[in-house]
Write a protein of this length. Structure first.
Length: 276
């Protein structure tokens, strides 16, 4: 499996686990993916598993709608969905291997559209989406846009709709490889005062907002979401870690909270029994 497909399989495995935690999933759903980057495969996986439509929005549109959804591009993905590394995702979508194969043989493009947004306001009508997903995206939202983006997510989701997110809380300059490995002080980013930290990103294309797990949960609840799953993966604190070196508000957090490296969550607009 190529490196790109390994990343896609990891993303779909995480999304599949979260989907399986929800009461029911109808295949014919409208999906919004935040931050597809240059990889149309997650959107394609939802389409191949029966999603009615998929919209992928990013702050910079890197995907060409003329070619990104062509079924001919996804032979490896189709194999992964049919008994391969992404089979559990297909199962969570309640799609059969036969239906995936049938859709993959269609000559036309999948019902996918990619576009841009400003990082906060979603260019979609209210209550037009059943499922919103992201993988290692929310930590890149500018801190002053987070609350607005979550309000927008609540607006575009239909009643009973859900959000699924994989959020990486590590200092991204310390990440090693595709695993949870880190090199050195992976909490170093929390030592910088806000003006100094923000200045570090003025001329960088990628931003990290430094929000921790409890802050994310509180912000999602404030936006009106109810938590279905909130799974935290912890790693060891850096060698010689000294919490007194951290800036407020992180200085007073417990070691347990500071040790959260990744959050996987499923939150719903309401807990009605309606299938998404």
């Amino acid at each position: 499996m190529c490196g790109q497909m390994e990343n896609v399989a990891d993303t779909l495995t995480s999304l599949g686990r979260l989907l399986a935690s929800l009461p029911a999933v109808a295949s014919e759903i409208d999906v919004l993916e935040l931050g597809p980057g240059q990889t149309p495969h997650v959107a394609a996986a939802f389409s191949l598993c029966g999603a009615r439509s998929v919209v992928g929005l990013d702050v910079v549109a890197n995907l060409d709608n003329e070619t990104a959804g062509l079924t001919s591009r996804f032979a490896e993905l189709t194999n992964a969905l049919d008994g391969g590394s992404c089979d559990s995702f297909r199962a969570s979508m309640r799609a059969s291997a036969a239906s995936v194969r049938a859709l993959s043989r269609q000559a036309h493009s999948l019902p996918i559209v990619f576009g841009e947004f400003d990082g906060e306001r979603l260019p979609l009508t209210s209550e037009s989406v059943d499922l919103l997903v992201s993988h290692s995206v929310l930590e890149h939202v500018r801190v002053d846009h987070v609350a607005g983006l979550l309000d927008e997510a609540f607006r575009v989701l239909r009643p009973g709709g859900a959000m699924l997110h994989w959020i990486d809380l590590r200092d991204h300059f310390r990440i090693v490889g595709r695993s949870l490995g880190v090199n050195g002080d992976w909490l170093e980013a929390l030592q910088f005062a806000t003006p100094e930290y923000e200045a570090m990103f003025r001329n960088r294309p990628v931003y990290i907002n430094r929000l921790r797990s409890t802050q994310w949960r509180s912000l999602m609840e404030r936006a009106g979401f109810e938590t279905a799953v909130w799974h935290e993966t912890r790693i060891d604190l850096p060698v010689g870690f000294d919490a007194s070196m951290l800036q407020s508000p992180w200085r007073t957090l417990s070691d347990e909270e500071l040790g959260v490296a990744v959050v996987e969550c499923a939150v719903v607009k309401d807990k009605s029994p309606k299938a998404i």
